[in-house]
Design a protein around this ligand. Sequence first.
Ligand code: TPP
Length: 347
Amino acid sequence: MEVANLSLQTVQKRYGISADDMIELYKKMLIIRRIEESCQLAYDRDKVGGYMHLFVGQEALAVGFIAAIRPDDYVLAGYRDHAYALTLGMTPEKMMAELFGRATGCSKGKGGSMHIFDKEHNFLGGYGIVAGHIPIATGVAFASKYRKSDQVTLCFFGDGAMNAGVFHESANMAGLWKLPVVYVIENNLYALGTSVERATAQPELYKRADAYGMPGKRIDAMDVLNVRKEAQEAVDYVRAGNGPIMIEAMTYRLVGHGVADKPALQSYRSQDEVSEWRTHDPIPALGKLLVDENILDNDKLNELDVQAKQIASQAYEFADKSPEPPLSELFTDVYTDMKPEGHERWQ
Ligand SMILES: Cc1ncc(C[n+]2csc(CCOP(=O)(O)OP(=O)(O)O)c2C)c(N)n1
């Protein structure tokens, strides 16, 4: 892409990243934002079954971390998972079709929003059980170490998930066996409607790392350039064979916990607080920097926004036109051999 008025070396030196890579981070965050808005629209129109949790406000976290890994590394996340799959390379069509429960979705429409999965890009899920994926990610890291590969696993989970027993068991084993995993706490200040202070005795969550023999660090995750830099340091540390690391990424969801958590119902936080965090929205922040540094002008930013909206609406159209899975698929790819009584009716 065209870079105006500023030498590439100056940008690289000042921000530790090339102007082109900065633009890429911006485009990725913007596309995720527009797709998430499309998901909300689809839900409001009754196109999406089950529950859905959006990532609006937290985009810098996924985009910054994934910029720091290799394609053969592994990523696992909780139920707020769309952004990870998209950043890793899943097509918006495949993801949106999954939400719509269509045969063209990444899990043939059987997983839905909370269970996005993409073997091709080493995204091992999308899990609906709070903290349920932390031991799985730890096992994946164990497998890498056992095979003597230098692959790193990124494991993303919420502040609330940190109080589950399996977190402690997993972190202990990872610390003891020096497993190649980066535990990333998405600290968006709330577990559903419960604030970190109300639920956690030591609210500086990164300090728990010490108990499990690994370094811990708190970072600003509303600034994608900062996330990328910190993520690269963490990933390099782990890949070099030093064992695990824990990063507490301070972020904020600008929307409700899930689609049913409407602003009027959010008694756990004030709208003033949300407005204050809106001023730290990572997307306009990077947009402003690109303009201030004469890397892009406002017309170009608008053009990128139009493109992002087109990508989102194409995905929506694709999902909407896709077929539902046939009834003959009802018992395939499910984790049991048992067939419920009367199953013959469906075949
Ligand atoms: C084992 C389990 N208990 C309870 C729930 C219901 N639940 C869904 S999300 C959530 C809050 C989790 O908060 P956090 O880990 O901070 O993630 P965030 O939603 O903030 O991203 C709860 C309690 C669940 N899905 N799984």
